[in-house]
Structures are given as C-alpha cells and as structure tokens.
Design a protein around this ligand. Structure first.
Ligand code: ADP
Length: 159
C-alpha cells in the first residue's frame, strides 16, 4: 500500500527549513502532500494561491510531492486524502512541546493516523517564516532563507 504523508503548515512563506524536511521525508514515504492551511480567521502574508505556486515551483521535478490547500482539521484532511501519516518538522524544545500536544490530540481524534517528526539540520534551526516576513516587510533580502526556485519578488504580499 502506498505510504502517503500530509505535511501541514502555513508555509507563509515556504523556507529552506520546510524544503529540507520534505526532501528527507521522501526517503521514508512514497508520496507527500504539502497541505497549505487556509485559515479564514488568520491574516496571511502571502495568499494561499501564491504559497501554493511557490511550493509547486520548488518540487516541479518531483512527482511524489503534491501541493493542496485545505481548511478545517488536519486529521479530516488526512482521512479524505487517504494519508496515514502527518509529517512535522522540529527545530527546538519549544517546537517539541507545541507539536506534542497537537499530535496527542490528533491521535485521540484519529487513532489510525501517525504523526512523524523529523529533526531539522542545525543550519536550519533558526529559519523561521515569521522572521522572514519581518525581513521582507522591512525591505531586507530574505532570499537565502527560501529555496532557490522561489523568487519572492514575483509574489505580492497579501495585505
Ligand atoms: P504552522 O503554522 O503549522 O506552524 P509552519 O509553516 O510554521 O506551520 O511550519 C510547518 C511545519 O514545518 C511545522 O512542523 C514546523 O515545525 C516545521 N518547520 C518550520 N520551520 C522549520 C525549519 N526551519 N526546520 C524544520 N522544520 C521547520
């Protein structure tokens, strides 16, 4: 049976940290669905469409990676897409505490879905979408923190 993992997140924007996690997870899973969270209540920096476009560009040569947007519970999205795994990245102890609670709640709601964590490489542990948004907002160059295929100037900030 095909092993599919959902990698959910805001990816606002998608970073080299996210890219590293997906590339490493490709040796574990047959297919990875990068699930871009569309949260109507939360104001985003880049639109869902632009976030999907930038991620699609990064993995244009990798048919095992799909990019889909979703609303609602991640476990419901896993069920509707037939995925039995949720992939998440860990940078710090703070990430771990946050992820632990989410994964344990998800396990209660969907016992058939396993959460799998990959620890980031040290060079990526400081890479953070919030800081990147701050750099961009203040006119700085954030290109070294996003995959080469993403040219941030091609995307309009959703403000
Ligand atoms: P969310 O809004 O759900 O936290 P993010 O887009 O911030 O979504 O992150 C999605 C996933 O990627 C999370 O599991 C997060 O911990 C992980 N992640 C974010 N940045 C990095 C990084 N630099 N290295 C490894 N994993 C990361």
């Amino acid at each position: 049976m095909k092993k599919t993992a959902v990698f959910p997140g805001s990816f606002d924007p998608f970073t080299i940290g996210h890219e590293g996690i997906v590339n490493r997870a490709l040796s574990i899973f047959d297919e990875i669905i990068i699930a871009v969270g569309a949260n109507a209540m939360k104001k985003s920096f880049y639109s869902v469409d632009d976030r999907k476009k930038m991620i699609t560009k990064v993995f244009s040569g990798e048919p095992r990676v799909k990019v889909i947007d979703y609303e609602g519970l991640t476990v419901d999205f896993c069920r509707s897409s037939g995925a039995k795994f949720i992939l998440r990245g860990l940078r710090t102890a703070a990430d771990f505490e946050f992820e632990r609670a989410i994964a344990q709640v998800n396990k209660v709601m969907a016992p058939e879905v396993e959460s799998v964590f990959i620890l980031t490489i040290p060079e990526h542990s400081h890479v953070n979408s919030t800081i990147i948004r701050d750099i961009i907002s203040n006119g700085g160059d954030a290109s070294r923190f996003v995959p080469q295929a993403i040219k941030l100037k091609d995307y309009r900030r959703d403000e």
